[in-house]
Design a protein around this ligand. Structure first.
Ligand SMILES: *Cc1c(COP(=O)(O)O)cnc(C)c1O
Length: 449
């Protein structure tokens, strides 16, 4: 960090230099669309230069200019233990010495599958390379199993970028409207005929779901949902909505919990464990790979045994079950299981962060509604006395105020998620030191709005 000259009041820091990031971003834009390999990284909805990250340890990121930031992205979820966690690093190093890919089965895949089935109650699991692959494969499986073509998802939920799921989708698509125009499908290149096989209902609206099921249930292969939404900002399901979700199973519809974000984050059995859900299939990603590319889907044996080579639904992957990725996932899940207090610690930090943010916003006269569960949190820049339960309620948030607040935080060394409609993630490496630094920075950032 640059030291401000003595004439500058110390609570208004000089913004750190971004010369190196700017240079890298210019080079990146010449060779990669938008200069990034995943859209939200480009800072489009908050403006400014995305920081190019050189390294990450514990709760901190260090950018190409040498500035350190308290990290609230955690690689968008995977780094629940913090960056560069010793047991995970050691497991990857040990695996590396045995070779990086075999194209044949290995012990790591068996061990991780045994651990995942034991922790989650899924009877069978198949590993893929990303969350997108997991949801895409689970839907094909549900269609193969039921012989039905339609699927149903919820407005503002994000399930990766497979064609049929880019309909009324959340995450980067919620702040990408200028590029696309508001419509379903949410992306160019998705044929309307294909998108027409995806039905959309409102999250947390049990009556709408019941009505749609009454009318179309017999044509629907699967209902896929985020059990706690992270990709429209954090939205928490009501018990009535969860009950309606479970009723779809009575119509022979496969209920798919997309736990790519919440799996192993909200508890050892994700949101499913926390909320007592009974999905037929579950999708995982992010934490299950411990920072390396892994996704997975699993569930009841009766359905999973439709997957090739056991059954007729084809799904394959050259690097699936990669030994380095399995080692990172195993080390991460083993650590989570070995530290039963960890989830309570994460929740305590997040609860204090939420209370502090609300309190400071109120003192500064900034309208704010904070949703949080476990180690996930979104600070919506809107006054919603009745709470925010749906994307429609989150949408009026003041994205300009959010963007300004984000920039003021960044200038003070706090790296928040660069979009109003994302969750932030607290890791086990976040301590009181980072909590206090964050609230101090937030106090200054509110004052400047
Ligand atoms: C991140 C995410 C995905 C997509 O996973 P990728 O690994 O980015 O393909 C799917 N569903 C949910 C709920 C997610 O948060």
């Amino acid at each position: 960090m640059t030291t401000p000259p003595s004439s500058v009041p110390t609570d208004v820091p000089l913004p750190p230099s971004t010369t190196q990031s700017e240079g890298l971003f210019a080079r990146a834009k010449a060779v990669t669309p938008g200069g990034v390999n995943s859209p939200v990284r480009a800072f489009r909805s908050v403006g400014g230069t995305p920081r190019f990250i050189r390294e990450a340890h514990g709760a901190y990121l260090t950018d190409a200019d040498g500035t350190r930031y308290v990290d609230y992205i955690g690689s968008w979820g995977p780094m629940i233990l913090g960056h560069d966690f010793p047991a995970v690093r050691n497991a990857i190093q040990a695996a590396l010495l045995r070779g990086t890919s075999f194209g044949a089965p290995g012990e790591g895949e068996v061990e991780l599958a045994e651990l995942v089935t034991r922790l989650t109650g899924a009877e069978r699991v198949r590993f893929v390379n990303s969350g997108t692959e997991a949801t895409m494969s689970a839907l094909r499986l549900a269609r193969g199993f039921t012989g039905r073509n339609f699927i149903l998802k919820f407005r503002g939920n994000y399930h990766g970028h497979a064609d049929g799921l880019l309909v009324e989708a959340g995450s980067g698509l919620l702040t990408n409207a200028d590029a696309l125009g508001a419509a379903a499908p949410s992306s160019a290149g998705v044929p309307a005929e294909y998108a027409a096989l995806t039905l959309v209902s409102e999250y947390n609206d049990p009556d709408a779901l019941d009505a749609l099921m009454q009318e179309r249930g017999h044509e629907i292969a699967a209902v896929i949902f985020e059990p706690v939404v992270g990709n429209a900002g954090v939205l928490i399901p009501t018990p009535e909505f969860l009950a309606a979700l479970h009723r779809v199973k009575d119509r022979g519809v496969v209920l798919i919990a997309d736990e790519v974000m919440t799996g192993f984050r909200l508890s050892l059995n994700g949101a499913t464990g926390l909320l007592g859900l009974q999905p037929d299939l579950t999708c995982w990603g992010k934490i299950i790979g411990g920072g390396l590319p892994v996704g997975a889907y699993g569930g009841r044996a009766e359905i999973m045994d439709f997957v090739s080579p056991q059954g007729p639904v084809y799904q394959a992957g050259t690097l699936s079950g990669n030994p380095l990725a399995m080692a990172a996932g195993l080390a991460t899940l083993r650590e989570l299981e070995a530290d039963p207090e960890l989830y309570a610690r994460l929740e305590a930090y997040t609860t204090q962060l939420a209370a502090g943010l609300k309190d400071l916003a109120a003192k500064a006269g900034v309208p704010l509604t904070v949703n949080h569960v476990g180690s996930m949190l979104t600070a919506f820049f809107v006054d919603a006395p009745g709470g925010i339960r749906t994307y429609a309620q989150a949408a009026p948030s003041d994205t300009k105020a959010f963007a300004a607040w984000f920039q003021h935080l960044l200038a003070r060394g706090i790296y928040w998620a660069p979009s109003q409609f994302e969750s932030i993630f607290v890791s086990a490496a976040h301590t009181d030191l980072e909590l206090n630094a964050t609230l101090e920075a937030a106090r200054g950032a509110y004052k400047e709005l």
